[in-house]
Ligand binder design. Structure first.
Ligand code: PLP
Length: 409
């Protein structure tokens, strides 16, 4: 491995340090790759140098997605508070904030902790905290950051939080979560939601700031017109609740919800804030829901993230095996980049099968094949880093949830 002194000397001499690919056979080569990544020195590093399976982000497409969403929201007068559950990377949230996102949405207490530890403000926890661990950590977050907001959908949570906050001499912003068609969360719209909001408003240590309605069933509804209708239907109760709350004198500054699938619909549905997340990377299931002008493909945002694999066996005609299997959440709805006719099947925990119908598609043993995953949330969750690619070059690596794990799982 190149010593630190040699590395600095090469840099000082203006020489470009290249990886010594000839030492690959004795293991020195890969440890040098890892050392380079650890010190964020990506000069000369290419996709071909990485261990697989690896998450690869196409920097140009990713930037395009972030900018498109930011520009759309600016023009539409809708604030973006981008959901980070699909990437779990502070580096990405910071870029979203730099482009105008007013903060971030998080799905878990641990995600909120990661974001606040990274210096990001305006964190909205979109899931109600419950149980001793989550309540105490939520109170700790509120003490640290006065811009932190948590949702709740149950009167008993109001009592639990008020008591815990009072004991900690802390105050916290609250958004009441109202049911919007997804049977997992949200109090009933109308009078029950108004009563819950009033209860929050009466507490000394809670500050009511608004209402949330996550129309999760609308997000992936096929066809833009169907999606528009589903979103309007599912958000109707929320909008009625906003009116009732305001009539009763409650302060409703924030009306938050929405998704990538409905980003250009939600402006018409009365939201003030959009929680979209997947638009940054996109996945194959989202691409299939159809867009406003194209029923077959939702192409408003580009597919920027792939799982890069290596062909590890090619012993049968018209198929090969890659090192991407069930443990890396392979699914048959994944798609092979640049090879539209190739199908994907599971070959077990660590293997995936690529199959094609006619002739030899020239997929060779040892070749790198990139695959678009079906569901970003689950794919991201099984890796420790995202590699940022500019063409074939690797220009950065971002840790997922702050993990510094093995190069490969
Ligand atoms: C509460 C909530 N808001 C927003 C989103 C973001 O949706 P999307 O990734 O579809 O943009 C999600 C995703 O599941 C969510 O659970």
């Amino acid at each position: 491995m190149t010593s630190r002194r040699q590395f600095l000397a090469a840099g000082a001499a203006g020489a470009f340090l290249h990886l010594d690919r000839h030492t690959a056979g004795n293991g020195v080569y890969y440890s040098e790759v890892e050392a380079r990544i650890a010190r964020h020195d990506f000069r000369g590093l290419t996709k071909g140098d990485l261990a697989t399976p690896a998450l690869i982000l196409d920097e140009a497409l990713f930037q395009q997605n972030l900018e498109k969403m930011a520009e759309y929201n600016k023009a539409a007068g809708l604030k973006l508070r981008a959901h980070m559950k699909i990437h779990k990377c502070p580096e990405i949230s910071k870029q979203q904030v730099a482009l105008g996102s007013i903060g971030v949405c998080c799905a878990t207490t641990a995600e909120c902790e990661l974001m606040i530890n990274s210096g990001i403000h305006g964190v909205l926890h979109t899931c109600q905290p419950a149980g001793r661990s989550q309540i105490s950590r939520t109170v700790a977050l509120a003490r640290r950051d006065p811009t932190f907001i948590s949702v709740l959908d149950d009167p008993s949570t109001v009592d639990t939080l008020e008591e815990a906050l009072a004991a900690a001499h802390a105050k916290m912003n609250v958004v009441v979560d109202v049911y919007a068609g997804l049977n997992r969360e949200g109090c009933q719209p109308g009078e029950p939601a108004v009563q819950l909001a009033q209860k929050v408003d009466r507490q000394e240590h809670l500050r009511l700031v608004g209402l949330m309605g996550y129309a999760g069933m609308a997000a992936h509804t096929d066809g833009w017109e169907n999606r528009k209708k589903r979103s309007a239907d599912d958000l109707a109760g929320l909008i009625e609740t906003v009116d009732l709350c305001r009539k009763s004198g409650l302060p409703i500054e924030i009306i938050t919800g929405g998704s990538t699938g409905t980003y250009n619909i939600d402006t018409e549905n009365g939201l003030t804030e959009l929680q979209a997340g997947s638009y940054a990377f996109m996945d194959t299931l989202y691409r299939r829901i159809g867009g406003k002008n194209d029923d077959t493909c939702y192409a408003d945002f580009e597919a920027a993230l792939t799982v890069m694999t290596t062909v590890v066996s090619k012993t049968h005609p018209n198929q090969c095996a890659v090192d991407y299997g069930n443990k890396a959440t392979l699914r048959t709805t994944d798609e092979v980049k640049g090879r539209p006719g190739v199908r994907i099947e599971s070959g077990g925990a660590e293997y995936g099968l690529l199959l094609w119908n006619e002739g030899d598609r020239d997929i060779n043993l040892g070749e790198r094949v990139e695959i678009y995953p079906s569901n970003l949330d689950t794919s991201i969750n099984v890796f420790d880093r995202i590699y940022v690619a500019r063409g074939e070059s690797i220009v950065d690596a971002w840790s997922i949830m702050g993990r510094t794990g093995a190069p490969q799982r």
